[in-house]
Design a protein around this ligand. Sequence first.
Ligand SMILES: NC(=O)C1=CN([C@@H]2O[C@H](COP(=O)(O)OP(=O)(O)OC[C@H]3O[C@@H](n4cnc5c(N)ncnc54)[C@H](O)[C@@H]3O)[C@@H](O)[C@H]2O)C=CC1
Ligand SMILES: O=C(O)[C@@H]1CCC=N1
Length: 315
Amino acid sequence: MASLKIGFIGAGNMAQALAKGFISSGLAQPQHLVAACPPADRHLLQQMESLGCATTHENREAAATSDVVVMCVKPVIMGRVLHDLRPCVTSTRPLVTSVALGVTLATMEAALPPRARVVRIMPNTPALVQLGASVFSRGNHATQADAELTHRMLTAVGQCDEVPESFLDAVTGLSGAGPAYMYLVVEALADGGVRMGLPRGLAQRLAAQTMMGAAKMVLSTGKHPGQLKDEVCSPGGCTIQGVQVLEDAGLRSALISAVHTAAAASVTMGKVPLPSPPLPPPGPPPLSATPPVAPVFTATATTPLSQPQHAAAQR
Ligand SMILES: NC(=O)C1=CN([C@@H]2O[C@H](COP(=O)(O)OP(=O)(O)OC[C@H]3O[C@@H](n4cnc5c(N)ncnc54)[C@H](O)[C@@H]3O)[C@@H](O)[C@H]2O)C=CC1
Ligand SMILES: O=C(O)[C@@H]1CCC=N1
């Protein structure tokens, strides 16, 4: 595994979280990672270089030199970027994985050459500290070995389950987006501590450790969260009074709605149009057997395919 070559198409938040997690877990050596993105985002490649990774502005170069490609670009440009990778993808190499929200295995397979091996992943940014929560689904031509490799990559940076693809949008709304919800809670709890006179740094550490401890209690004890909550709420004590405030404010309903809304957005944002394959020139087929030379694709920022999706992708 230490010689596994991984190519990141896109070098933003998710690519960097995975790259740092893969390196610090020992899954991959930095010199075996390569990241590609347009010149306009050169600063992101410089951040990848500071980890020891190779970088390029040529998506095809990253794909051609990798055993596994991880597509880390916005869904709105996925169809076009995958289509541009076609000359570098065969049924044997590389395995093409994607973390793009909403983009289905069928869309990926349609954009790539026949029998391309694809895997759809939904990770989250705590992969950076090897506490990621990931799921994946494999495409029609991905093998058992591909699934095992994906599982090994993702368990190196946290927990991972293979699931039916129909779960992916719900997972996106829950654990893909979930760290953002949790950061709001940590920040607000710290604000509460500050409101009561605690220094900010102490309040924030107490809030974050409390969240991590509570999460670990759920995972380690196997007890229902409601039971664990009851064990904190001493009869007639102060916690049940705080819980009542949260119930009155609709905390549970707000979180359920947040997952529902984000999952629905994943479905909508994943509907990406595919570029049509170029039509053969009219007239009889050429007598020469020389294959057409594919234009070299440079990872320049791709024109968005439709304005509303682009606007959503920028948020
Ligand atoms: N940020 C997160 O917590 C998570 C993100 N994701 C998914 O990861 C993907 C990327 O999201 P982020 O990293 O947050 O976005 P980001 O905006 O931080 O990174 C996007 C990257 O795409 C690159 N890019 C743009 N056009 C390109 C092109 N034509 N060729 C190659 N690269 C190009 C940009 O330079 C940038 O490096 C999205 O599809 C998102 O759904 C999935 C799970 C969690
Ligand atoms: O918000 C986003 O677009 C990505 C998908 C899941 C988390 N972040």
